[in-house]
Design a protein around this ligand. Structure first.
Ligand SMILES: Cc1cc2nc3c(=O)[nH]c(=O)nc-3n(C[C@H](O)[C@H](O)[C@H](O)COP(=O)(O)O)c2cc1C
Length: 181
């Protein structure tokens, strides 16, 4: 299989998984997933992310209460909150023409970790958090912006295709070539 075929197969295999088995997520698997976040690309190579790994049940429950649609967070083996540290900005503000790209960079890291999870047969799902309350739970500083949460865990048998929303629009509906004004 070509590298492209392997990649597209992995991307097609990934699904948002909401419910997990009770099997704990071992440290080495978690580290492998985090490693792919670490090496993700970022604007000006700022690497503005910090990954808060939450395994403590009480803390998971508190964060679950700050999520938009994440009433399943408690069941995840680990919940990673991806935080963008705006103080990681490059020396001169002029070189970073769009500071929001630091948050975009964190999304890229999150996607890398979702794919890594799939490659390791671990279920994952991005969970949107209400930034204010989640910020308070984690006692973050003003410069630290929550980008999102990532549930990780072993999939329940038979639940590997848990998402009903995997259908995508056709490519031709989302691509425009050589458009002139
Ligand atoms: C930025 C972002 C936020 C999301 N927030 C949530 C969420 O709060 N709860 C949830 O269950 N899924 C969430 N999702 C997962 C999407 O619902 C899911 O990716 C989409 O429906 C496509 O399904 P699939 O991931 O199985 O392909 C989020 C995904 C992204 C990229």
């Amino acid at each position: 299989m070509s590298a492209y075929d392997q990649l597209i197969a992995l991307m097609n295999k990934r699904r948002s998984i909401h419910y997990f088995s009770n099997e704990p997520l071992d440290e080495s698997t978690l580290t492998k997933i985090l490693e792919t976040g670490r090496i993700a690309p970022s604007v000006e190579n700022t690497q503005p992310w910090h990954f808060h790994v939450i395994r403590d049940s009480a803390l998971k429950t508190k964060l679950m209460d700050t999520s938009c649609y994440g009433n399943f967070v408690a069941g995840a083996g680990a919940f990673i909150v991806i935080v963008c540290d705006k103080s990681a900005a490059v020396v001169s503000p002029d070189t970073l023409w769009n500071p929001r790209e630091m948050e975009y960079s964190c999304s890229v890291a999150c996607h890398a970790m979702m794919l890594a999870a799939t490659a390791l047969n671990i279920g994952s799902c991005w969970v949107s958090l209400h930034h204010g309350p989640a910020h308070d739970v984690l006692k973050l500083k003003d410069q630290q912006i929550i980008v999102g949460g990532l549930m990780l865990g072993h999939m329940k048998k038979g639940d590997e295709d848990a998402s009903l929303e995997h259908q995508r629009k056709p490519l031709k509906s989302m691509v425009t070539y050589d458009k002139h004004s």
